[in-house]
Write a protein that binds this ligand. Structure first.
Ligand code: UDP
Length: 475
């Protein structure tokens, strides 16, 4: 007998910043619609993901091969290796897995850089929805990579005076985007295989029946309209972490479900409890990028010299140092003891939600940006790779919720920007930060744009389920 509930297979790219929003979506679909969910991870992350939380007991976690040897680190910049192994290794496996499922999937929701699954779904007659874990603005920019090559805008040469030249071939971003704001891959030669990977993946996304984005209508409306010329159906359902909190029926996993693949260090939270409202700058550079020891020192001096309080989350592999780490100068150690805390990987949402935190020095990953936006914390952005250059442009030029350091990384710039942000002189920024946070919260409440879109996504999946069932019965 046909199951009365839909079955959704979810396939993220195996990295923290991709798994988190897709796992939140999985939880929303089980909690709001009681769908059956199969969530696929490579073995490496399958072992690390917290499957015991009550909210996840109804999700079926399955591991799939990723084509890399077991001892490959799969962290930092080495995650790129997965681009070239995962489709060949997991494609045939996935095909057999789906064929053996007792309930065939109603649809597959796959990551925008796992587009091989769209081809596979087409082969198996299953609808595919693509989930791009970037902003709408960056997704739109990626659709213009080929055009940027044709116009000779790629490669962007770092340090070149042309870095400030406006980009004119991306509708909607004509008077905003400069060459330095283009995604990091635009610094590569046109024939580079990573750049080519993104061009292919982005173009293949268009074969999906719809696009899911972790953003909200009020934040990126003009660009979302442009994207509708490519995808007639777009579900903007973010900020997903806020949506989960708003809709969560099952709270046994705690209010700040960190969705971390790394064990969290809670020691900074107690220290935050003893600080005044808006007095602490939170510093983190996400799960992928690394810093040279020299860059670490510039940030450290900048933070200590600013005289402001700071909480710095340093994950174990953040600092890339070929030689040896060396000792920190005594003045830095003392400045940190007096005004700061250096901790490991934190529950970032809990930190950003804390009222002692008044700002965020970030690498501008999309999840971090959205989290900061929804908790109303202004940002200082130091973008390095992937979509981060585009996000930092949006933060400073479009939404006016922070400062963009771009390539600069010296102690005096850090010191000045930290003071400007924390001393409340950046009045315009504080005002827009409050306003955008209000819009973000509103979008996930009943009747808000993202709330309506989540409901629409659920309805559409239910419709697919009943249509699939009817067509199976008639054959
Ligand atoms: N994060 C965390 N603890 C940390 C640092 C980051 O929980 O100490 C989380 C953060 O909340 C975010 C994700 O890791 O959801 C990082 O994703 P993002 O897109 O910002 O950057 P990426 O790691 O992909 O570069």
């Amino acid at each position: 007998m046909e199951s009365p509930i839909a079955h959704v297979v979810i396939l993220p790219f195996p990295a923290q910043g991709h798994i988190k929003p897709m796992l939140i979506l999985a939880e929303l679909l089980t909690q709001l619609a009681a769908f059956k969910i199969t969530f696929l991870n490579n073995e490496h992350n399958h072992r690390r993901i917290d499957k015991s939380a009550a909210s996840r007991r109804r999700i079926n976690f399955i591991s799939i091969p990723d084509g890399l040897p077991p001892d490959h680190p799969r962290t930092g910049s080495s995650v790129i290796d997965l681009f070239f192994t995962i489709s060949t290794a997991s494609g045939p496996y996935l095909k057999n897995l789906i064929a053996s499922m007792s309930q065939p999937p109603t649809c597959i929701i796959c990551d925008g850089i796992m587009s091989f699954a769209i081809d596979l779904a087409a082969e198996l007659g299953i609808p595919a929805i693509t989930f791009r874990t970037y902003s709408a603005t960056c997704t739109w920019t990626y659709f213009h990579l080929q055009k940027l090559i044709q116009n000779g805008e790629i490669p962007v040469l770092e340090g070149n005076e042309d870095m400030d030249k406006q980009i004119s071939c991306i509708p909607g971003l004509e008077n905003i985007m400069r060459r330095r704001d283009l995604p990091h891959i635009c610094r590569l030669e046109p024939e580079n295989k990573v750049l080519q990977f993104y061009i292919t993946q982005t173009s293949k996304m268009t074969k999906a029946s719809a696009l899911i984005l972790n953003t909200f209508e009020e934040l990126e409306s003009p660009i979302i309209s442009h994207l509708k010329s490519i995808f007639p159906t777009i579900y903007t359902i973010g900020p997903l972490h806020t949506a989960l909190k708003h809709n969560t029926i099952d709270t046994t996993n705690g209010p700040y479900n960190s969705f971390s693949l790394i064990k969290t260090d809670k020691s900074g939270l107690e220290w935050l409890d003893s600080q005044k409202p808006n007095s602490v700058l939170y510093v983190s550079f996400g799960s992928v990028i690394s810093l040279s020891r020299e860059q670490l020192m510039e940030f450290w001096y900048g933070l200590v010299n600013s005289g402001k309080l700071f909480l710095w989350a340093i994950r174990p592999d953040l600092v890339w140092d070929e030689n040896e780490s060396g000792q920190a100068p005594e003045e830095l150690k003392m400045g940190t003891r007096e005004r700061g805390r250096i901790v490991g990987w934190v529950a970032q949402e809990e930190v950003l939600a804390h009222n002692a935190v008044g700002g965020f020095l970030t690498h501008s990953g999309w999840n971090s940006t959205l989290e900061s936006i929804s908790f109303g914390k202004p940002m200082i952005c130091w973008p390095r790779i992937a979509d981060q250059q585009v996000n930092s442009m949006c933060v400073s030029e479009m939404w006016k919720v922070g400062f963009d350091m771009k390539e600069i990384c010296d102690r005096s710039t850090v010191e000045k920007l930290v003071r400007d942000l924390m001393e409340g002189r950046a009045e315009e920024i504080v005002k827009s930060t409050d306003e955008i946070a209000r819009l973000a919260q509103g979008s996930v409440r009943d009747g808000g744009s993202s709330n309506r879109n989540i409901k629409k996504l659920i309805q559409d999946i239910k419709l697919l389920h009943s249509t699939n069932g009817a067509s199976r019965r008639s054959t």
